[in-house]
Design a protein around this ligand. Structure first.
Ligand code: PLP
Length: 389
């Protein structure tokens, strides 16, 4: 089959960064007991009330083709949510429902890029970003953000990279680093975006998981609403990863074109999952806080476990469900450290290198197992590290 260059180059030819994860899963399948701290998925399942709403919606007939832009009630609820949370007046016409945040990212890049256009993103980054850019024929270009700067990008790096670029993807609260961009950082990004006429794609899927500071949407800054797409999702905020409900928000004129893409790709999201998402949003902020609470609690457990030693350093995360640990004192790469930890202590973490060059010498620990084994795993990581130096 003579496949297109675009589809055969989605991974860029290199590693996809998931080798350790695959190795850990293989060990588990072979019967080994492995403490799994790799993946960004809650240790609770979708709330029963949401599942009941889904069931009732399906029995009630929401099993046919749903409206391609999304059901009006859900688009309305998302619009109200953005208006309330970000202060930017948002209407149903600005919102399209997608199959999770990932499909919204794809739609945003498809809307922003022509073949060969450059899209910037901040390194360390969520693993699918470069592949999503390549899958629409774009050229991914990473802009490094260093641990010393709290993993926030600098004007110098961004401005230099922006020459000739078409789009910029940002993600705050950030996966993997937990960085929550400050107003100053976002103002700086907005300045660069305007100066270089960039379309900004703002991935805000962790907006309900903020432990320090506040979540500010770049779309709310002066002159940004007309050049920004916001990516949102029910996955992390409501523990609905498998339901695949997300959204893309942007200027009305742009959304008309994105709708044509949705018509010609997914042709809508299942009506009964949309009804469930609508019900879930109706559970309010208290429910979202409940879903986020374990990560806030476990972040404190990490801080406690790392006290009194300085071999494993923490870049204190301000948000999201991960912590990034600096293990450079061991002289090992993140890859080598994670592999040794898996083989010798049966603990699986993600090497920082899986998230880009700026993650080198770090590991990402997902705070996604119950508190007691989580705390024990952290202590074991500290003990393991002490044995390496
Ligand atoms: N963006 C970030 C930063 C993520 O970490 C994820 C999932 O882990 C996604 C987007 C996609 O999430 P979903 O497609 O489940 O909404």
């Amino acid at each position: 089959m003579r496949l297109s260059k675009t589809i055969t180059h989605i991974t860029g030819g290199g590693s996809d960064g998931w080798e350790l994860f695959v190795k850990a899963r293989k060990m588990i399948a072979e019967g080994h007991k492995v403490t799994e701290l790799t993946i960004g998925e809650h240790d609770i399942k979708t709330d029963t009330r949401i599942l009941e709403a889904m069931h009732a919606a399906a029995l009630g007939g929401a099993t046919g083709y749903a409206m391609v832009p999304g059901i009006d009630a859900l688009r309305d609820a998302v619009a109200t949510r953005l208006t309330t949370r970000t202060g930017v007046p948002t209407a149903l016409e600005n919102v399209l429902i997608t199959a999770g945040g990932q499909a919204a990212l794809f739609a945003a890049f498809r809307a922003a890029l022509d073949e060969g256009d450059t899209a910037l993103f901040i390194d360390p980054y969520y693993a699918t970003y470069p592949g999503t850019i390549r899958s629409v024929g774009g050229v991914p270009k990473a802009v490094q953000a260093s641990a010393d700067n709290g993993f926030q990008p600098t004007f110098e790096a961004l401005d230099a990279a922006a020459r000739g670029a078409k789009a910029l993807l940002i993600n705050s609260p950030n996966n993997p680093t937990g960085a929550v961009y400050s107003r100053d950082t976002l103002e700086m990004i907005a300045t660069v975006a305007k100066a270089h006429d960039l379309i900004v794609i703002s991935d805000e899927v962790y907006d309900t998981q903020v432990w320090e500071g506040e979540h500010i949407s770049i779309r709310a800054l002066d002159g940004m609403a007309e050049r920004t797409f916001v990516v949102g999702s029910m996955s992390k905020s409501h523990a609905m990863t498998g339901s695949r409900v997300g959204w893309l928000v942007g200027p009305e004129g742009a959304m008309e074109h994105v709708l044509n893409l949705l018509t010609n790709t997914n042709y809508g999201v299942a009506g009964f999952t949309q009804q469930a998402a609508l019900f879930a949003l109706g559970l309010g902020e208290g429910f979202e806080e409940e879903i986020a609470a374990p990560f806030k609690r476990r972040r404190a457990l990490v801080q406690k476990a790392l006290e009194g030693q300085n071999l494993v350093r923490l870049s204190p995360p301000s948000g999201a469900m991960y912590v990034v640990l600096d293990i450079r004192a061991t002289g090992l790469s993140g890859d080598a450290f994670a592999d040794k930890l898996l083989m010798e202590r049966h603990i699986a973490v993600m090497p920082g290198e899986s998230f880009g060059q700026a993650g080198a010498g770090h590991i990402r620990v997902a705070m996604t197992i119950p508190d007691a084994p989580f705390e024990a795993a952290l202590k074991e990581i500290v003990d393991f590290t002490a044995g390496l130096v």
